[in-house]
Design a protein around this ligand. Structure first.
Ligand code: MN
Length: 198
């Protein structure tokens, strides 16, 4: 897979005359790598975890969203790379468009690559190829270590997102339920969806 045209899949799926999503012009990384978790009320509600890696957002769809409880392993399905400027996309993808539905920026911030072997850092791109990715999030809602682990070597479509055992653990709340709002606008999905009525 070439990194230069890894956005081809993203662009082919979308009609940019029709969707408000970005075509993707920003390709230069901006200091510390960033992440976003978008809540997406498409045909099925899910969360999209995107990690900035080598100029694009590597992406996984997580039906139940992240958990701060290490025992709650969450299914994560790889999806197409997204452009860096998708990181603050919030709004409505119109009916009939690919991924139609409302998108909310549920959490965002920077992350640190904590993949290492024998004292050597493994790049995020390599860790993703290996199917074992560890990163420490510095979001507004969720913090510290998470692992994304591919569960089946023969197939790429089933990974798990698992909270690592550290100070970011909170087993007493289901954070996707207790903190449903956007970290960018403070709005809920319903408030974004209904904005034209206000
Ligand atoms: Mn999605």
């Amino acid at each position: 897979m070439s990194d230069i045209d890894s956005l081809e899949d993203y662009r082919t799926k979308r009609d940019f005359n029709f969707t408000p999503e970005p075509f993707g012009v920003q390709t230069v990384p901006s200091g510390k790598p960033r992440f976003v978790i978008q809540k997406h009320a498409a045909s099925t509600l899910h969360y999209d975890l995107r990690l900035e890696v080598e100029g694009v957002l590597k992406s996984w769809a997580i039906p139940k969203g992240p958990s701060t409880d290490p025992r709650q392993k969450r299914l994560a399905i790889p999806t197409e790379d997204h452009p860096l400027d998708y990181i603050d996309f919030e709004g409505i993808i119109p009916k009939g468009a690919y991924g139609a539905g409302t998108v909310l920026v549920w959490d965002t911030g920077t992350y640190e690559n904590i993949n290492e072997k024998d004292g050597e850092t493994i790049s995020m791109a390599q860790a993703i190829r290996n199917g074992n990715v560890k990163f420490s999030l510095n979001g507004k809602k969720i913090k510290q270590g998470f692992a994304l682990v591919r569960t089946n070597k023969a197939s790429n479509n089933r990974w798990l997102l698992i909270k690592m055992n550290d100070e970011g653990v909170n087993i007493n709340q289901d954070i996707v339920t207790t903190e449903p709002q956007s970290v960018l606008s403070g709005r809920t999905l319903e408030e974004i969806t209904d904005k034209k009525k206000i």
